[in-house]
Design a protein around this ligand. Sequence first.
Ligand code: NOJ
Length: 872
Amino acid sequence: MKFAVALAAVASISPAAATIRIQKLEKRELATSPPFYPSPWMDPAAIGWEEAYQKAKDFVSQLTLLEKVNLTTGVGWESEQCVGNIGSIPRLGLRSLCMHDSPAGVRGADYSSVFPSGQTAAATWSRALFYNRGFAMGEEAKGKGVNVLLGPVAGPLGRMPAAGRNWEGFSPDPVLTGVGIAESTKGIQDAGVVACAKHWIGNEQEHFRISSEAQGYGFDISESLSSNIDDKTMHELYMWPFADAVRAGVGSVMCSYQQVNNSYSCQNSKLMNDLLKNELGFQGFIMSDWQAQHTGAAAAAAGLDMSMPGDTVFNSGRSYWGANLTAAVLNGTVPEWRVDDMAMRIMAAIFKVGQTVEQDPINFSFWSQATFGPVHWRAKKGYQQINGHVDVRADHGDLIREIAAKGTVILKNNGALPLKKPKFVVAVGEDAGPNPLGPNGCGDRGCNNGTVALGWGSGTANFPYLVTPDSALQARAIQDRTRYESILSNYATSQIQSLVSLDNVTAIVFVSSDSGESYINVDGNKGDRNNLTLWKNGDDLIKNVSSQCPNTIVVIHSPGPVIVTDWYKNPNITAILWAGFPGQESGNSIVDVLYGSVSPGRTPFSWGANRESYGVDVMYEPNNGKGAPQQDFSEGNFIDYRHFDKANSSLIYEFGYGLSYTSFDYKNIKVEKSNAAAYQPTVGQTSPAPTFGNFSRNPSDYLFPGNASGGAIDPVYLYVYPYLNTTDLQKATTDRNYGQNAAEFLPPNANDGSQQPLLRSSGKSSPGGNAQLYDTLYTVTAEITNTGLVAGDEIPQLYVSLGGPDDPLIVLRGFDRIRIDPGQTVQFKVSLTRRDLSNWDTAIQDWVISSYPKTVYIGRSSRKLELSAALT
Ligand code: NOJ
């Protein structure tokens, strides 16, 4: 019967109408990414890069084409000691350079530290701690021989709270993330290691980031996800923190796996050539994420500078670059200036951070912690000492403890905290104790056993030790003569109930949720969290304890918000703390906050009542047949608090919120207007593309040594080399487009090395964009007094209402973390820049201050704004 109805329905459509419908389905208008060519070349006068450019020029001018290509192409997965290495230049004494994870420590190494996640660092709202964390991580990477540290992270920004890798970055607010990524970059690079701002851009979820990975999970798609982002949202939200990283002098950027507007990020000329290199004036190099490169010459033309890890597919021995790039330059498909620019950008970044041609050796191997082993891990070749077990930790444990404590947020406190020599403490929950498999028992932390101190994936490092909450609380209890017991199971219901129902108990319940990178699936969570609820029966555990104990304190370890709706108002729950992902000193840090010796932080994201309340969510099912899943960022700028404000919906804990052990009074807001000069759109032209040195056009000079030229190289299996196998250039390359006329094969202007116009929004030699965007237009001050009895850190926040009908209600534009003694009054001061007060004008392609009336607000969170003033 149903069948007949369906047939009738079809029959009622005329053949012409049916054709139209099919056409419409097929022609679903997909977002497109406009082309931008040629790829901008380095600017010798760029501020902060002048000396590095000179040194790079001296070095690169000596290189052969093969040596230049060697700088641009990784040697292949597992071919050297780091997660990525490029070829060496033995003739000039440059060893293979090492690109290595992670944004939280030296991944896979021994005798190195595990730092708090970026998100936990963000909760400190402390510029000094962002910098110090970056510097300490840079020192550790340097001590192991790492040249480029693959962090910090501003993508994902945190569009969707369930997205797997939000914890690697800072906050869904672009200003907080911008300060976080800029200060981290400065710290890392001051320690002598090149930082890598990643992932550029729109890498907001794990599902479908790589089509082959998704196929492994049973999804039938042939292309990776496309993040469809409009120009305004791109500038005002997702690019903002990257602009700060570029302005801070970041040496490298990693392009992301997924597509943006249906063009893969690592061959997207709009993203790399236009936005990053032209508009932001980025002078360093762009490396691909691992296997995120999809083409050879086209990626070069679109602005990619380094292929990582160098092979097309791990351990394939094939590369889009290497020999293919050599051949492409020899036949003119890729112009000489482009490969020179790649080499210049890479070497300038290396010199900029103080590194020299002579490098300390790499003294660890990502692939093994054994002392001896093959240096070429995949080929099992070059047996030697691969691990010096160099202890690079110094006193970083103290800093890690401090950051995690100051990044812990007190969400609720009915007088239960701070603890003062309590009579009897009971810690409850698996999240208080150790992983029975050991702190590093799950590869890349890919499990949720015991206390969660970091998420999973490439953003991790090996714990040198992990102080559990249980061990730290017990040590403190012994010191205070407190009675102490713990039950490290979430399911021992009757034992828990009988213990916590005793008199005098302060029960501290530890609960968690977890997320990570999608190559690991933890309990069915393919990177992204499946939900925002607590894992392992956490809600029931809390209800169970709080039903028996009138003094129940909840501590949450999680990669972002969890749903607390059911229990947060329960009067027996006297305190709630969010402890993020604290790193190796977890237990000590939480003790410092619980006992009041450290001032806590403020939440760097909003806590909604349920997952729907966030307005946007992870896409868990493909929506475009076998084609690229289409993720439309149609909410624009309205994520996190901007969304909740627009929807006028209530929040459980708002962005910027957190309690303190003392109280603060805000008064006396003052606005002072500066005499900044009127904005001058940049005009003028670049110089023509420079080339450095000469190279032979004779293919026989490019043969594999030992092949025809009788050289001495004993090739390593599956290693990616720059050499040609034959002088027949047609056969030498595996690129089927090889030998075609570049003008036909590559987009118009791709090979044009003539002078190019400067963009009005770009700077003249000023990384970060037009320098006047950063002129101070107003200085806003307010007075804050500590009206309580103890010293404490206040975290005042400044928000601006830009006033337009399409603007968020308010946007964060300034903050500080200030130590204030009881009775003391301090000044909070924010310089508002032109960018802070502007919108991106898509018509003129520049930042413009609208004529809508603007207001500044100062307060202690995004919804407690006690002071305001008009900007005239
Ligand atoms: C893929 C990840 O997306 C990236 O963040 C990481 O740096 C590389 N793998 C190398 O491990």
